[in-house]
Design a protein around this ligand. Sequence first.
Ligand SMILES: [Ca+2]
Ligand SMILES: [Ca+2]
Ligand SMILES: [Ca+2]
Length: 383
Amino acid sequence: MKMRIGKRRWFRFTVALSGAAFVGGGAGIAAETNEENFSVCGSYIGAGYLIDQKNRAATDASRSRFDAAANIDVNWRLSEKVGGIVQFELGVGNSSVGYNGPVNPGDIHAVLTPSSEIPLSFRLGSFDIPYGAERFHATGHADATNNSFHFNSLMGSALGTRPVSWGGTVGLLAEYTAGPFTIRGAITNGTSGDANNADGNAMYVGELGWLGLEDRLHLSGGYLHSADRAPRGTTGLNADLRGWVSDARLDWNENTHLAGSYGRLQWGDDVGATRDDIDFWMAEAAWGLGDWQIAGRYSGWEPDDDNGNGTGMSSVLPNPGLAVSSGGVAVNVDQPVHRLQIGGRWRFAPNTYLKAEWFRDSYERTGGYDAEGTMVSVNGAFR
Ligand SMILES: [Ca+2]
Ligand SMILES: [Ca+2]
Ligand SMILES: [Ca+2]
């Protein structure tokens, strides 16, 4: 789900509830609820998509369908120093692009700000894996109102195991701002997104960001290590995962920007003879005028073992793209994948967008698995 560091949405978008109604007359509980400390927000997406894979067998299930999902965000604030969110992800089920259903937990965390004098905050609970600046504008389940696409880049899709959600994690995140610099550090369970830490190892993530040119230019770099494999158990992405990432984004205005990222991941399987490393990159441009925006993105996933013969690569290397098994034969993951996305949106009512996207995932060594399609949606945020 989207992480909203620094955005105190509970102050800006609130649903006024009467103290008496919310507290429900609970004996002994002070009726202090007001519009500053409790709000319900969220988002809705109703979509139709056509996904066609070149080598789809006659017996393979169709992936063209209507789909719907929602996020319910309950924001709460107990004082100037303590607030948080409890989020639900809902979906109609059997999604072919990864909407959760019928009900799953989203972000559940508290934000602690010990002092109003010091720009230091702590986040405790579940949140997006703080790896890669794309997450600040990414699709977070039913909330794709931050971009003109429906799907995230290939790296984001691999980290989240689906194209429509950034990967989550559970632990502690600290954030400190010093002038134009923001430093983040997290220690968490790993990539499982829940409390599972059977491997017994922590995930460590660090990030340094810089904001300049009157807040228009954002540069950042980060490092992640999560040993999700151990003799006592494996969790999440099932890898000895480590990597670095660099990002740049120039916002010309709120509707027009350029963004790019480059990094390298090691999807380790604890077998020295297999090749574990992947280069990934992304380039994106969006141009907006009034209530319209059009955007294009090209993202790449380039494993070191890229010959497509199905052997020699890490045994836990994922398929980051949209291809699925054809006639029961899975796509070989030891090959480059490239995702091209062209999207557009029109804001036809406040906080409500009509979106259309064309996409193609190209599998460069086994072209039959190329998956291409279109997706059209109504995506609204209720605040
Ligand atoms: Ca772990
Ligand atoms: Ca290996
Ligand atoms: Ca190979």
